[in-house]
Design a binder for this molecule. Structure first.
Ligand code: FPP
Length: 240
């Protein structure tokens, strides 16, 4: 599938997506919410593939937040099982896909099986440098920032380094996203106009794109539209 957005215009290097609207998509079809998540996982596969095809190097997706544990057990289990399927598939197809799989979040709360699969997918795919998917699982941005602040505090206590020597760049490196650039474009399908504790630090200069399209209905054409909107923006980073 070819990119419709103009490729001579700047392309986002890093796109981050809040995959919202799965539940409503299912409800509209009189299906259980879990069917919405299954459809959402398919959309994720399609969009990840498309990002690789059109040369978007980093794709970060919000798959499960630190607050999502509050959902019914059946729904949590279904999301975990969809992630398991994806990781098994990613490990199986690694040599074909050449995508680095990375994780943002506290994975220690996941089942030992899922933790082992995440570790395996992460380790085995480390060698791939052209395309990277970051899956945010048990992720919350405030939690991420707090962890980074604690890391810095304990580093200073242990080494005697001056806490005031911390810079925005060195703080960025303490986040889960430490070794990758900030997102250029953050997309939220599903009609809500909020950031929901997603990449708060990293979003400082990101362009935001909201659409009413529900995540399971989001497709390559919708991503093209978001990229076209991004290309029409004037990014000034506080300048004029
Ligand atoms: C938000 O929609 C979506 C989630 C909380 C879960 C997203 C998870 C997936 C798309 C599947 C994960 C698996 C892979 C392989 C990425 P919602 O349930 O809040 O929708 P609603 O607002 O319509 O209720």
């Amino acid at each position: 599938m070819a990119l419709h957005a103009k490729q001579d215009n700047p392309m986002p290097q890093h796109i981050a997506i809040i995959m919202d609207g799965n539940g409503r998509w299912a409800k509209k079809r009189l299906l259980p919410r879990t069917a919405g998540h299954a459809a959402g996982a398919e959309t994720f596969r399609k969009i990840a593939l498309y990002c690789r095809e059109i040369g978007v190097k980093y794709l970060t997706v919000y798959a499960f937040s630190t607050e999502n544990w509050k959902r019914p057990q059946e729904e949590v289990s279904k999301i975990m099982s969809l992630m398991k399927d994806y990781l098994l598939e990613a490990i199986r197809d690694m040599q074909k896909n050449h995508v680095r799989i990375n994780f943002f979040g506290d994975l220690s709360a996941l089942s030992p099986e899922l933790q082992a699969l995440a570790a395996e997918a992460g380790k085995e795919s480390e060698i791939y440098a052209d395309s990277q998917v970051n899956m945010c699982i048990n992720y919350g941005s405030r939690d991420e920032i707090l962890r980074a602040a604690r890391k810095w505090a304990s580093h200073c206590a242990q080494t005697g380094e001056d806490p005031d020597s911390l810079t925005a760049d060195s703080f960025s490196r303490l986040l889960y996203s430490g070794d990758i650039p900030d997102p250029d474009l953050i997309i939220r399908p599903g009609g809500e106009l909020r950031i929901s504790n997603f990449l708060l630090w990293q979003a400082a200069y990101a362009e935001l794109y909201f659409t009413d399209v529900l995540w399971p209905d989001f497709d390559e054409r919708e991503l093209d539209k978001a990229i076209e909107a991004f290309q029409a923006r004037n990014r000034r980073y506080g300048g004029i």
